[in-house]
Each structure stands twice: as structure tokens, then as C-alpha cells.
Write a protein that binds this ligand. Structure first.
Ligand code: 13P
Length: 255
């Protein structure tokens, strides 16, 4: 982690959480954040399911915790039943939108091109896109992990990326929800490859400011080691973000 990038600890609730989590989880975290006597030393974000966004926005108001959504449509508006526009997400208080999560790439067949359009839409609405990339176990075993991930970065990250409008999340598919994590060396190598690819396109200064998160079975017991890596600028956390004590402990490991 570099001095110039503020560590981002983002919780992806996925299709979990209900009304109880508004006060129970988001409210709990907000209380801990506002109770701090010194600056936290990291930024925290929570990304609940769509219907909870306005309620969670109220629960975390003035706590410094940022709100994020888990997806948006690539178009500004229109006849897209079941989809949500980036503009609406910004209106209800989102600062971030996760796009291209591997679960969406798999469950909904999202391509790099679609992910890029979603990221562009999020950025055009004034939010930062958290663009997710990651290789499968078969791709890693075949020695293709870097090629696959850098290819996804090139394909999914729109032109005009800045430190303000882009976050990249490296989430090896085989590490998500499995309890397996990348080794520190593998994580650092991949994050460095992602940053080098961003530098090729956007210049070294811009790339040096863009945060690259690690995701995949991050928990209190392994967070400090991963977050200490030079090019790991935070975490995108699934399961452990649903337990206030665990998510908070990950934040503490970053601060
Ligand atoms: P887990 O932390 O549950 O492995 O999920 C990671 C993830 O997919 C976050 O987006």
C-alpha cells in the first residue's frame, strides 16, 4: 500500500441481507466509525442489494462510510426491465458501483464490452466504477492467469480512467467464497501486472493513484498480510463483510 492511495475496504453483500441489516450491520458499522477518536486511516464502503440502498444511505449518513451498488446498466435509461440506471444509483447516494463481478460474468454472461459500458455509465453519473477481474482455477493451472486478467482489464476499463473514477478489484474466481486465498506473492505479482497495464494506457502517474483491491476469502486472519502488499490498496469482501466484527477487524488491519 502506497502513501498516496487511501486503502478502501468495501463490503459486497451480494444477494444477502434484509431489513434487519440496515440498522444491525450498516448502523453498527456507522456507530463504530463515528465513535473513532482519530481518523480511521482507511475508507469503508458497503454495497447492499438495490432495495436497501436508500435505507442504508440513511443508516450511514455522516459516518464517513461510502455507499456502493453491485451493478448498473450500461445505458443511461430506457426499456430495460429489471435493470437500474447509474444515474438513479447516484441519486440515492452511491459513490461506487461494482461492475463485472465474476458472479455476473458467469450468471448473466456479461462480456468485457458490457462491463466497460457499465463502468462508463457509472463514471458518467459521477461515481467510481469498481471493475472486477479475475482468472478461474483452470486458467491459473494452465499458466494463463496474468494474460486473462490483464486482458479483462484492457477490455473492461473505459478510456479516461482517473484515480477518482476507477477502482480495480482483482478477485481470483477460485478464491471467492472458498476459503482459499492467493498467496501474498501471487497477489502482489497480479496487482503489479494490473498497474503496469493501467500505466501503459493512462500513464504512470494516473496508474499510481488508482486503487487495486484484492477480493477472495479475505478475512480478519489474512487481511493484514494482504493489505501490507505494495500494490494491494484494499479489499472487496464478501462473506466477512456480513459480520460487523469481522468487517471492522479487516478495516482495523488496514488502518
Ligand atoms: P468472499 O469474500 O466471500 O470470498 O467474496 C469475495 C467477493 O466476491 C467480493 O466481491
Amino acid at each position: 500500500m502506497s502513501q498516496e492511495r487511501t486503502t478502501l475496504i468495501a463490503g459486497n453483500w451480494k444477494m444477502n441481507g434484509g431489513l434487519d441489516e440496515v440498522d444491525g450491520l450498516a448502523g453498527d458499522l456507522a456507530g463504530r466509525m463515528t465513535g473513532l477518536t482519530a481518523a480511521p486511516g482507511f475508507e469503508m464502503a458497503v454495497c447492499p442489494p438495490f432495495p436497501l440502498l436508500p435505507m442504508v444511505a440513511s443508516a450511514i449518513e455522516e459516518s464517513g462510510i461510502a455507499l456502493g451498488a453491485q451493478d448498473c446498466h450500461g445505458n443511461e435509461k430506457g426499456a430495460h426491465t429489471g435493470d437500474v440506471s447509474a444515474k438513479l444509483l447516484a441519486q440515492v447516494g452511491c459513490a461506487y458501483v461494482i461492475v463485472g463481478h465474476s458472479e455476473r460474468r458467469t450468471d448473466h454472461g456479461e462480456t468485457d464490452e458490457q462491463v466497460r459500458a457499465k463502468a462508463e455509465a457509472a463514471q458518467a453519473a459521477g461515481m467510481a466504477a469498481i471493475v472486477c477481474v479475475g482468472e478461474t482455477e483452470a486458467e491459473r493451472d494452465a499458466g494463463r492467469a496474468t494474460e486473462v486478467v490483464v486482458g479483462q482489464v484492457v477490455g473492461s476499463v473505459p478510456e479516461g480512467a482517473t484515480a477518482e473514477n476507477l477502482v480495480v478489484a482483482y478477485e481470483p474466481v477460485w478464491a471467492i467464497g472458498t476459503g482459499k486465498t492467493a498467496t501474498p506473492q501471487d497477489a502482489q505479482d497480479m496487482h503489479a501486472a494490473i498497474r503496469a497495464s493501467l500505466a501503459d494506457r493512462f500513464g504512470g502517474d494516473t496508474a499510481a493513484g488508482i486503487r487495486i483491491l484484492y477480493g477472495g476469502s479475505m478475512k480478519p486472519g489474512n487481511a493484514a498480510e494482504l493489505l501490507a502488499l505494495a500494490d494491494v490498496d484494499g479489499g472487496l469482501i464478501g462473506g466477512a463483510s456480513l459480520v460487523a466484527d469481522d468487517f471492522w477487524a479487516i478495516g482495523q488491519a488496514a488502518g
